[in-house]
Design a protein around this ligand. Structure first.
Ligand code: PPE
Length: 304
């Protein structure tokens, strides 16, 4: 990966190669960690800004609450630490990964160990390739199911829950596709391994509601706001797999994936096989927004 100089670990900036934990760290064994993925962008006036920093950190604290974890810092401290880490690494843009986890102490599922917190930042380009962003990706419905809402704590971004995403993503990529699409336990479309999912049909934007087993994506929230402001009708409800096959447009969003069109699903061309007009307009506005070119969404940016 693209290394940076320093990583923030338990209140201190340490050298990248020294940011280590004990092999008996609880989270390594049981997956009880909570994390975030945040992006910083260069804006058009030359300054840099983090996109929706506060909302991402709020979700981190909410995720911690779900797993009964007390993050030993106020949210303001982690907000400063994200900026501090970007600055010390001299990164005008890139990805920010905060992670809070049960550390070393006792082992056993229910052991409650000291909570450790780390923030790493590094350069991360297009998640599903530059070409994917422009032309759209090829996706495959997974043989793995998005876990039931009483298995997967869907309001939380918990490390262990990503085993499901890992299995789905690896299966799709090893079968020659770019990304997996997971269905819920009833067979309705849920989301990608690390992205929310949308279709456009006759000009209306559809995405599973937050009662489905999907993460309440911050990019999702942003894109729905942008779509609403553009007068695009929005329906948040579950839909079937074949609804995707018959969609005019299909796309995915996430901090890492940004707004990526999907041009093919299960070997069926979606719409014209190229990113459609609604997708393209939303993508363009989304990129203008993160680069500080949309005045009305300026409050989403934390400049540094
Ligand atoms: N669903 C899942 C399962 C998910 O992991 C993400 C983010 C989203 C939806 C979109 O959420 P948001 O980023 O708030 O819009 N996935 C993160 C991790 C990716 C990774 O490979 O690691 C991300 O995009 O940062």
């Amino acid at each position: 990966m693209n290394k940076a100089d320093k990583i923030w670990l338990d209140g201190k900036l340490v050298n990248w190669d020294d940011a280590k934990v004990h092999v008996l760290t609880h989270a390594l064994h049981y997956g009880v960690g909570v994390f975030e993925g945040i992006r910083a962008y260069k804006t058009s006036d030359g300054r840099s800004a983090v996109f929706r920093l506060r909302e991402h950190l709020q979700r981190l604290y909410d995720s911690a609450h779900v797993v009964l974890m007390e993050i030993p810092y106020p949210i303001e401290r982690l907000q400063e630490a994200c900026i501090e880490t970007l600055k010390v690494n001299r990164q005008p843009e890139g990805y920010i990964r905060p992670l809070a986890f049960y550390g070393y102490g006792n082992l056993g599922v229910g052991a409650v160990n000291p909570v450790q917190v780390t923030i790493a930042t590094w350069p991360w380009g297009a998640y599903l390739s530059e070409e994917g962003l422009k032309k759209g990706i090829r996706a495959k419905v997974s043989s793995f199911t998005r876990m039931h809402v009483n298995v997967n704590m869907v309001r939380a971004k918990i490390s262990g829950q990503y085993v499901n995403s890992f299995l789905a993503n690896r299966e799709a990529v090893m079968s020659g596709y770019d990304e997996a699409i997971l269905l819920d336990t009833e067979g309705y479309v849920a989301e990608g391994s690390g992205e929310n999912l949308y279709i456009v049909k006759n000009g209306t934007l559809f995405t599973p509601s937050l009662s489905s087993p999907v993460l309440a994506g911050i990019t999702r929230d942003s894109v729905l706001k942008i779509a609403k402001d553009q007068g695009v009708p929005i329906v948040e409800q579950k839909f079937t797999r074949d609804t995707m096959y018959l969609a005019d447009e299909l796309f995915m969003t996430g901090t890492a994936a940004e707004l990526t069109p999907v041009r093919e699903v299960d070997n069926r061309r979606v719409g014209s096989g190229q990113p459609g007009p609604v997708t393209k307009k939303l993508q363009e506005t989304f990129f203008r927004t993160v680069h500080g070119e949309e005045q009305r969404y300026r409050e989403w940016l934390t400049y540094y």
